[in-house]
Design a protein around this ligand. Sequence first.
Ligand code: TXA
Ligand code: MG
Length: 310
Amino acid sequence: MALRDGNLVAFPTETVYGLGANARDTAALRKIFEAKGRPADHPLILHLDNARFLPRWVAEVPPQLEPLAKAFWPGPLTLVMRRSEECSDVLTGGQDTVAIRVPAHPMAQQLLTAFGGGIAAPSANRYGRVSPTRPEHVREELGDAVGLILDGGECTIGVESTILSLTEPKPRLLRPGSITHAQIEAVIGPIEVGADAAAPRVPGSTVQHYAPSSAVAIVPPTLLESRIDTLLRDSRRVAVLAQRPPRKAQQGVTWINAGRRLDAYQRDLYANLRSLDKAGADLILIEEVSTLPEWAAVRDRLSRAAANPR
Ligand code: TXA
Ligand code: MG
């Protein structure tokens, strides 16, 4: 099996595609950093097929684990805990904590069960870029740096897992995802939000992340048409990610109507950013989305895509 031989395997999860290696093989783990162009101090997520073997990988099982695992695993929730001796420095980026997730995608489950151990995997994209949600995106991002890609079709959720740290008495939401703040609080009570000064590094939390190569700007819905008109007057080409159809047909505009439904918008978000990136536009305009709490993960990824100074 490729993983046992120390090779990388890209595999589908319900969130995004992961670039996996045997979590106990430090040489294989190093290949992940090389393939992604990712700095070595940025930790990976350890994937397990269920919570049964989790105690091996952590120094202590926090009290919130059982209710959270019952409510959300398998699923798009990653939990950060104190690491045990089983975890190498390459896996944890030299930190004393480890991030663990039990994915729900049937192909990820099959792979983990057949392998019989932990699989370390970040998203299968080059560092700082948009995560892959389809197998062809993985090939596009990593080319020959990844041998085997397991084709599980399109990821159904489309944004990376919610990351929650359980290393302090009060849990802390480090990365918003499809499992919301409110859903977590309904299970374990009040939590903190955002990295504090002492918190570990989360690569996805550096401001410039999840970025296409074209410049990106977020525009309030009412200003979208006037921004487009101004750009076209300056002979610029524009690509638009909106939640409605265009009001008029205009030369030089590529338009995607991603709709107003959160699940579909989120599922298609990265694929849409990729196609707009290929439209050869001078600027990608994104119509600002809802401020309702369920949209937090989408808003977070959009603001990081736009924060890119180019
Ligand atoms: O949905 C997902 O989480 C996907 C799929 C493949 O599981 N993975 C993913 O990994 O998005 P990615 O590319 O974000 O990289 C691993 C993430 C980073 O944001 C990293 O900071 C965080 O996990 N992480 C790993 N170990 C951590 C730790 N000890 N403390 C805080 N964050 C950690
Ligand atoms: Mg990533």
